[in-house]
Design a protein around this ligand. Structure first.
Ligand code: NDP
Length: 311
């Protein structure tokens, strides 16, 4: 068991965490960034990123995060592979405890723990996870080469996952609970133009159905929400892309969260209700949720922490 002390402790290593680390290190705060459960964050499970400024052509999400982390390390961040399991923000320095018992103390803390994929909670969903059900097309799409898959959801993630899956699958069916998508128009246009894609509107997946021993998804039970008709739609794979939940369980009761469990920050700042604790990226943002906005708020958090520490 080791105790690590730093002026600036950063929890999470996605775009927000890495940017806070870059700015914190350049302000001579010698930050420690604790990786968390998903090093590099959600960008590591996407493929093409073509809306992060600075690159003429699309770059890979995983590569972009590798670069961000290397940049943070090069300017003086200590990066530790650990997952925080307990925090105490009631006294100073703020204390966080890692999975292996290590203690991290910080004079200021930036929370950048991001958000995680949401599940439907329908029967069979958990049972067939890894056996046909997934929340990450870029992770698992390869396994559906030459097969038929469905994607559930109507946002940017669902559209991107569906388009990505056309690289592997022979047929991709998007199932959405309403009669229009909320995804950006450019994505919708690409989706509707793709001959491998079809859409089932106004429908909810009520159950994931498959074989036992070996467990394998074979169909999804779909209910048309307008007519009430129920069908079993044959499929080899189902990708759930219905949004995200902020990773704030650790902070519940310690810091002010909103009704959806996102960390509440002062408008226009990254300050939380605890002076010296800042929040950046998707953990406090349910509106924009972009890599570039996460990076932007990461920068703000480090600058605010620097000011806080100077006083
Ligand atoms: P969103 O919240 O935007 O969309 C979630 C979708 O899932 C909605 O269509 C919603 O339906 C549907 N949904 C939610 N709950 C259920 C449920 N229980 N049953 C059935 N359907 C459900 O999430 P995304 O993950 O798509 O995107 C999150 C954010 O990230 C957005 O701001 C998005 O713009 C951004 N993003 C940006 C990308 C990019 O710029 N390249 C790529 C991916 C995401 P309904 O529409 O009816 O509410």
């Amino acid at each position: 068991m080791t105790t690590h002390h730093t002026k600036l402790l950063i929890l999470g290593s996605g775009a927000a965490g890495c940017t806070a680390a870059i700015y914190g290190a350049r302000a001579s705060l010698a930050p420690i960034m604790v990786h968390g459960m998903q090093p590099g964050g959600q960008l590591t499970i996407t493929t093409d990123v073509e809306n992060f400024p600075g690159f003429e052509h699309a770059v890979q999400g995983g590569w972009l995060m590798e670069q961000m982390e290397k940049q943070a390390a090069n300017v003086g961040t200590t990066i530790i592979h650990d997952t925080i399991v307990k925090v105490d923000f009631s006294q100073r320095p703020f204390t966080c405890i890692g999975d292996n018992g290590d203690i991290y103390t910080g004079d200021a803390v930036v929370i950048a723990t991001g958000a995680s994929a949401r599940w439907l909670g329908a029967p069979g969903e958990k049972k067939f996870q890894g056996f046909g059900v997934s929340a990450c097309a870029t992770c698992d799409g390869f396994f559906f080469r030459g097969k038929e898959v469905v994607v559930i959801g109507g946002g940017n993630s669902a559209v991107e996952e569906a388009l990505y899956l056309t690289n592997h699958a022979t047929k991709v069916t998007l199932i959405h609970r309403r009669d229009s998508l909320r995804a950006e128009k450019i994505g919708q246009d690409r989706l509707f133009k793709n001959p491998k894609v079809s859409v089932i509107w106004d429908s909810a997946v009520e159950e994931f159905i498959g074989t036992e021993n070996p467990d394998n998804l074979t169909a999804v039970r779909i209910k048309n929400l307008k007519t009430g008709a129920v069908i079993d739609y044959k499929t080899d794979g189902a990708f759930v892309a219905i949004g995200h939940t902020p990773n704030t369980e650790l902070f519940d009761g310690q810091i002010t969260l909103d009704a959806d469990k996102y960390i509440v920050t002062v408008p226009g700042f990254t300050k939380t209700n605890i002076p010296g604790v800042f929040a950046a990226g998707d953990v406090q943002d349910k509106i924009f949720r972009q890599a570039v906005t996460a990076a932007g708020t990461g920068c703000m958090a480090a600058l605010e922490a620097e000011k806080f520490l100077a006083h």
